[in-house]
Ligand binder design. Structure first.
Ligand SMILES: [Zn+2]
Length: 299
């Protein structure tokens, strides 16, 4: 299935480098624009990763357990041998035969991707359905209050959906017309700038990463692992980039198997996602499925 995805399926919105430097509404966060040729950018008040990061408390280790310089040295000149959404090292399912499924919701950010599906989140709260939220730095910047409330709800866990929503490549490979990162330094920045932002706001380091477009090469995946995060995609395409009707979303969820990871979106309130998920929940429950957060099965 993954090999046949159309260009509208995963690309929630193009990476828009200018968006992170656009003026922020009063009181919102502001991320410095990335300059891949020079130093690593830092989110407001967040230490930059270059050249050598300052030590941080042990509970926030991850991006700080290895320096940007060390990673560049380690992977410089390494040529990728795989590219896509299912390359070696990318987790597609939970390692279990239990009748559990993990709902993962992306919040992609950017000019067309910074909405908030309040109906979907309210349904999950009401039905006590846990989920893992993959949040992009641009979405956080546009929704700082909502982000804090979601992160403070124990029903949800926060994961990293990148800084600029770029495909993760060490060679600048593109997909769906979106330019990928063009070297190890940009791979590190795409992960670590948002990681530090989330740590700053929540006090906890996300354990999981998914790139914008969910595409990677195998060298980039290894670099993310070295930063202390697991790369998690999906085996159930839940809403096809929030383009599915409610009926299609429900059908997709009902194709889940034990250990499935479902990808849907929480940033497109005008989509069929909320209605489709709400329709599928009781039917999955009747089939004996229980929803879990990724961290309950991925260590
Ligand atoms: Zn996305």
């Amino acid at each position: 299935m993954l090999g046949t995805l159309s260009c509208t399926v995963l690309a929630c919105s193009p990476a828009n480098r200018s968006s992170s430097s656009a003026p922020s509404p009063a009181g919102t966060l502001h991320l410095e624009p990335t300059d891949p040729a020079s130093s690593v950018p830092g989110a407001a008040g967040v230490p930059a990763a270059s050249p050598e990061p300052d030590p941080v408390p042990s509970r926030t280790v991850g991006v700080d357990r290895i320096s940007r310089k060390s990673l560049i040295r380690r992977y410089s000149g390494k040529q990728p041998t795989a590219w896509g959404a299912a390359v070696p090292g990318v987790i597609l399912r939970l390692p279990t035969t239990d009748r559990v499924v993990a709902l993962t919701l992306d919040a992609c950010g950017g000019p067309t991707g910074s909405g908030y599906d309040a109906e979907l989140i309210e349904t999950l709260r009401r039905e006590r359905v846990p989920a893992t939220l993959f949040v992009n730095a641009r979405w956080i910047e546009a929704n700082p209050g909502r982000f804090r409330r979601l992160a403070g709800n124990p029903l949800f866990e926060i994961a990293n959906h990148g800084t600029e929503h770029r495909p993760l490549s060490v060679t600048g490979r593109s997909v769906y017309g979106i330019a990928g990162t063009s070297g190890v330094a940009q791979v590190v920045d795409e992960v670590s700038v948002n990681q530090r932002l989330i740590i700053q706001l929540t006090g906890a380091a996300p354990a999981f990463f998914r790139s914008g477009t969910a595409h990677y090469d195998d060298v980039a995946v290894r670099a993310v692992n070295d930063l202390g995060l697991q790369v998690v995609n999906f085996d159930v395409l839940g809403d096809a980039g929030a383009t599915y009707s409610a009926a299609q979303v429900a059908d997709a969820l009902l194709s889940s198997k034990p250990g499935s990871i479902i990808l849907a979106h929480m940033n497109r309130p005008d989509s069929g996602t909320a209605e489709g998920i709400e329709a599928a929940l009781p039917r999955l429950s009747r089939r004996g499925f229980r929803f879990v957060r990724l961290s309950e099965y991925l260590r």
